[in-house]
Design a protein around this ligand. Sequence first.
Ligand code: CA
Ligand code: CA
Length: 147
Amino acid sequence: MVPVLALGLFGGFLALAAPANAETSRNGCTVDPKDPKDLRGNKVDFRIKVDCNGEKTVEIRQLRSEDDPGPRSSDDFLGRTVFTEQFDRHDGARTISSIDRVPNLDRRGAEEVYQLVSFRVQNHGGHWSDWTPWEKSAVVEVHRDGK
Ligand SMILES: [Ca+2]
Ligand SMILES: [Ca+2]
């Protein structure tokens, strides 16, 4: 059930992640890992808000996990996705949907899900910025007992 190998691979990233706070900006783009939203059918939308000024390409990497007590490396890793978003010269903002399945991981009690995002920005025809530090969303409880 617990993807131990994946946890080993991502433990380094998770340990470096900053705690949940404000959004992160770089090169005219702001990316905000929103609170995960519980949906029907054991699904959760790990939404990401992206707001850019001018022509930009944004590459966003996302890690999705379920929180467990103890060191972060003991969390249940759910999955990861990379998103590429294009913005034209008009100021634009959008919220990316990222739906994942969250089963009953904690046999007793709710599941506590969160996401981490890091991104980089390319100005129109220019160079890529460095990747930002990982930013963590709020941890949200979703209830899966009895399913
Ligand atoms: Ca848990
Ligand atoms: Ca549970």
